[in-house]
Design a protein around this ligand. Structure first.
Ligand code: ADP
Length: 445
């Protein structure tokens, strides 16, 4: 749902956003999720499977043993602490490991086991005696490629004959040499150079091609073209696998260009529900009044852990500063911080070292911190085109429901524009916010 922004409340951070900024945001968020995630996200949704050949039986596995993996790999999987396949792995792994190999397009949110799945598929398909690249994986950024590389190294711990090379900027090789590592992971530009111009890789010998984070990838036009050029150099019977956290139309059309005759697996995001989350809103006239209202309820919200969302970095920085000056210990998560710094802030918050985390909607996109039971929308959550971004604010709370706890969301409304958004939120959830707190009535203004 869209909110008409015929108003002045334009997020100042986003005014001059370019395609590259957007891509950087997405890549940074994706990296952040990888850095802070230590286990699978909980999903209760069913996996949707669309088979290329609808007549062939649909296999799914409930255990890693059923996959008949090489011993070295099964040991690697267990050493990583995996007991059983995740929801998407149940369906994706049998398809990826089938003989003959099948192509796959898979979409599910971050943290559902996609990386582990394709890493296992690559490792399974390698012939270690052959000293040339057989699996090729492209990632949108250097940092993301390194993260995936780490998973390959971890999972292949007991399979040392399989070697890994990084096709990333700065990794300069001698002209005329041929790569002997069986798995190559890299960014599209360097991978393309290594295949086409420098010929370090013989693309015709590639058996498995993985394109990871397609949604981040397509945010850069150049990456799309490079990926397609790489794909065209591969043999027709090379297995093509594409993964994405989201599935807009643009991702879908790109996916179909990369992956011919695909099987398709989709796992819907957890539906957000407001049923067990108490909604409040506070009417204020200005930023300062909102701050005052926040101070008034501060004691109540810090009984548990709270996240406070602001629309811009500037407001988030200001608010964190003001709260600190009042003597409150708060953490600030902001877009200008390095990804590693951000991961450290989230980690501290997770460990309960701070009870309140102030952040921007954009920066906290897709981050779930399970123990958060209070969400304060200091500014109501809309993104740069006025689309509601409620989901990001509520997934953390959603997780509480499973534990039978109740969440609390406080929306701070300071203009007609935000009232309008609030109405949209109500519409979105087809439910009226259950409580109305007027600042003047309850907090004495
Ligand atoms: P995605 O690529 O979808 O973001 P990952 O493959 O990175 O998801 O998995 C998310 C987290 O869950 C990682 O910490 C990973 O080690 C862990 N994980 C993946 N598969 C399993 C599994 N079958 N059992 C337990 N943990 C898993």
């Amino acid at each position: 749902s869209k909110v008409e922004s015929n108003d002045t409340a334009k997020p100042e951070d986003n005014v001059n956003k370019t395609e590259d900024d957007d891509k950087e945001d997405r890549a940074a968020q994706s990296l952040l999720n990888k850095l802070i995630r230590s286990n699978l996200v909980n999903t209760t949704n069913q996996v949707e499977v669309l088979q290329r050949d609808p007549n062939s039986p649909l296999y799914s596995v409930k255990s890693f043993e059923e996959l008949r993996l090489k011993k070295q790999l099964l040991d690697g999987v267990y050493a990583m602490g995996f007991n059983r396949p995740s929801k998407i792995q149940e369906n994706a792994l049998p398809m990826m490991l089938a003989v003959p190999p099948q192509n796959l397009i898979a979409q599910s949110q971050s943290g559902t086991g996609k990386t582990a799945a394709f890493v296992l598929a690559m490792l399974s398909h390698v012939e270690p005696v052959n000293k040339w690249p057989q699996c090729l994986c492209v990632s949108p950024t250097y940092e993301l490629a390194l993260q995936t590389g780490k998973v390959i190294e971890q999972m292949g711990k007991f399979y040392p004959e399989v070697k890994l090379a990084y096709a990333v900027r700065g990794n300069k090789l001698e002209r005329g040499m041929k790569i002997q590592e069986q798995i190559v992971i890299g960014t599209p530009g360097t991978v393309l150079d290594w295949c086409a111009k420098l010929k370090f890789i013989e693309p015709k010998k590639i058996r498995v091609f993985v394109l990871d984070e397609a949604d981040v990838m397509i945010a850069t036009q150049g990456h799309q073209d490079q990926s397609i050029r790489i794909q065209r150099m591969l043999p027709k019977d090379c297995q093509m696998l594409l993964f994405s956290a989201t599935f807009e139309d643009s991702v879908w059309s790109f996916a179909q260009r990369i992956v011919p005759d695909p099987n398709i697996i989709k796992l819907k995001r957890e539906e957000e529900t407001l049923d067990t989350i108490k909604q409040y809103y506070v009417l204020c006239n200005s930023k300062e009044e909102k701050f005052q209202a926040l101070c008034n309820i501060y004691g109540a919200i810090t009984i548990a852990q709270a996240m406070i969302f602001c629309h811009t970095r500037k407001t988030a920085g200001w608010l964190a500063g003001e709260l600190s000056r009042e003597g409150h210990q708060v953490a600030l998560l902001s877009g200008e911080m390095m990804v590693e710094q951000r991961a450290a802030v989230i980690q501290r918050f997770r460990e309960g070292k701070e009870k309140v985390l102030v952040t921007t909607n954009v920066c906290a996109r897709g981050i779930d911190v399970e123990q958060v039971s209070v969400v304060i929308n200091f500014d109501l959550p809309v993104d740069k085109d006025g689309t509601l971004t409620m989901r990001h604010t509520f997934t953390g709370l959603g997780a509480q429901d499973a534990l039978g706890k109740r969440g609390l969301a406080i929306n701070m409304v300071d203009s007609k524009f935000s009232m309008n958004i609030l109405n949209r939120i109500e519409e979105h959830f087809s439910k009226f916010l259950s409580f109305v707190l007027c600042l003047t009535a309850f907090f004495g203004g």
